[in-house]
Design a protein around this ligand. Structure first.
Ligand SMILES: *[C@@H]1O[C@H](CO)[C@@H](O)[C@H](O)[C@H]1NC(C)=O
Ligand SMILES: *[C@@H]1O[C@H](CO)[C@@H](O)[C@H](O)[C@H]1NC(C)=O
Length: 225
């Protein structure tokens, strides 16, 4: 049912007793993921926030950490990032092993109004080791983070709607616009790894360079009411 990527994500997070909303996923590629960009609109946050809802586009492979910039809604939004009603807390984020410890690292957590497009860019640096996450809202970089997994060999890309503890899920649709995923070398079979969850609507997956760069104009994740 799940792609390798999402299964790996679920495994990583399993100890926390998460559950998951419907997802769009890709992977594993026969090549490696080296860059991914999307414009994510998380919609409006839950009206009565509880712990905890995490929405993100993720990239990983079965043994790497998870690169996961995204929008969070938890019980005390004011303490978490200074958000008020109707706002999300948005940050660059990474879940993985750092200095021998499994940990969640985050860049600055910034309040962002509901229904706002958030540009999320992940790129492997020229050292072939460092991943740079850049989160931009209205042309302003609001959060960045570095992690060090290298080219994500046999990696995947997927949307995450992650519910923890008392979360009832989303009250709004989420959209991903102009998603671009760049592979280290062409993989025309990447399209065959698509996983499209119940109620998820996605446009065609296209490549203009024979399988190295893939674009998906729009992905819509349904609300969970
Ligand atoms: C994930 O990518 C890393 C970095 O290139 C690589 O060392 C590792 O073998 C990959 N894992 C899998 C399962 O392919
Ligand atoms: C889509 O994303 C690509 C890669 O990030 C970018 O070069 C292009 O300008 C974007 N197109 C639109 C219409 O936003």
């Amino acid at each position: 049912m799940f792609s390798l990527t999402i299964a790996a994500l679920a495994l990583l997070s399993g100890v926390r007793g998460d559950s998951w909303g419907p997802a769009f996923s890709l992977g594993p590629t026969a090549s490696a993921i080296i860059e991914a960009t999307t414009t994510f609109n998380p919609g409006t946050p839950p009206k009565n926030p509880v712990d905890a809802l995490f929405l993100w586009p993720g990239v990983s492979n079965a043994t790497s950490g998870l690169i996961q910039s995204g929008a969070d809604s938890i019980g005390d939004m004011s303490a978490y990032c200074g958000a008020s009603a109707g706002q999300w807390c948005v940050s660059a984020s990474y879940f993985g092993v750092v200095d021998g410890q499994t940990t969640q690292l985050s860049g600055p957590l910034v309040p962002v109004n509901g229904n706002t497009p958030i540009n999320i860019h992940y790129k492997l640096a020229s050292d072939q080791k460092t991943w740079d996450q850049t989160v931009t809202v209205n042309g302003q970089v609001i959060s960045t983070l570095k992690s060090y997994d290298g080219p994500l060999i046999n990696g995947g890309w997927g949307t995450g709607t992650e519910l923890q503890a008392s979360s009832k899920g989303t009250e709004s649709v989420q959209t991903y616009t102009n998603t671009t995923i760049i592979l280290q070398s062409a993989d025309l079979t990447f399209i065959n790894t698509r996983g499209i969850g119940s109620g998820v609507v996605a446009s065609d997956m296209l490549t203009a360079d024979n399988g190295k760069t893939w674009t998906i104009a729009s992905i819509t994740i349904p609300s969970m009411n």
